[in-house]
Design a protein around this ligand. Structure first.
Ligand code: ZN
Length: 287
């Protein structure tokens, strides 16, 4: 292609990659989950991930963990796959809730996790003959495993997972969904972790091997030998959304230290579980 066209393509691609993601944990949340996950891969899974990652990722899964947010502008079909809405109740029912706004069933984050897991299972047969773009399958699975652990990604339909609840985060106008995607993590990084996402991720890693170590085997396990179990993750999220995200919040609330300090442990727990479960799922897929 001519130099001019090349420049246009580069400009468009830069724009696509620089636009902030608005679906799911912010970049730092996804980065944390993928970093934790990659450190827990078996040898076989680590090899497969290395082979499937695009070259520009330089074998760093965390660097492409928000790719699914960036491509939603040209993969419009993927937008409903980042979340689930319940009809105002604190539990998840796949048949009732896993659908998009037009009511098309199977268009939600739980179904997406099952779908990309199934696609990645073809890697073992012969990846060169797979019908799927397994690089994209890996990036989607890694991202959606994060989203499903963000409590407000399994929130109420009426307020679009908190997107329609306007509040103040300290002195700034914000919506409740964004507080859980970004602000709690960002405020924690600024206050406790040198404004450094890797220090934040490392502190969660440390908790996984110490304080939470006894719980980790249970997080990793799915019943009846399933490869992954998104219905469990979604059920936990809507419960956490009711118990922690929505609790005590009304339109116009001001959320500050009381809310931040009591919810930060929940955010850290969900990021830890997301990372541990992404690794466990990939280990089972590529075993
Ligand atoms: Zn997302």
């Amino acid at each position: 292609m001519g130099a001019c066209r090349f420049h246009i393509v580069v400009a468009i691609l830069s724009l696509v990659f620089l636009l902030p993601g608005i679906h799911g944990w912010g970049a730092d949340g996804h980065h944390t989950i993928c970093k934790i996950a990659q450190s827990r891969l078996s040898e076989a899974a680590a090899d497969a991930v290395k082979e499937l990652l695009p070259a520009f990722a330089e074998n760093d899964l965390a660097s492409v963990c928000s790719w699914a947010d960036q491509v939603r502008f040209h993969y419009h079909w993927s937008a409903p796959l980042h979340f689930i809405n319940t009809p105002g109740v604190c539990n998840f029912d796949y048949n009732r809730d896993c659908k998009d706004e037009d009511g098309v069933k199977g268009r939600c984050v739980a179904a997406a996790i099952n779908n990309y897991t199934t696609e990645l299972l073809t890697y073992k047969q012969d990846s060169s003959k797979s019908d799927y773009n397994l690089t994209e399958s890996l990036l989607f699975l890694s991202h959606f495993m994060g989203d499903i652990h963000q409590p407000l990604h399994c929130g109420y339909a009426a307020d679009r997972g908190g997107n329609d609840i306007e509040i103040h985060w300290y002195t700034r106008k914000q919506n409740l969904h964004h507080v859980w995607d970004v602000n709690i993590i960002e405020t924690a990084e600024e206050r406790f972790y040198d404004s450094n996402v890797d220090e934040f991720a490392d502190s969660i890693q440390k908790n996984i091997t110490t304080g939470w170590a006894d719980l980790v085997p249970k997080w990793e396990t799915c019943s009846s030998n399933q490869i992954t179990c998104p219905d469990v993750y979604a059920s936990e999220s809507i419960k956490a959304a009711c118990d922690w995200s929505y609790k005590g919040v009304t339109e116009g609330s001001t959320l500050e230290d009381d809310y931040f300090l009591s919810r930060l442990p929940i955010v850290k727990l969900r990021l830890a579980q997301g990372g541990v479960r992404l690794a466990a799922t990939l280990n089972r897929i590529f075993s």
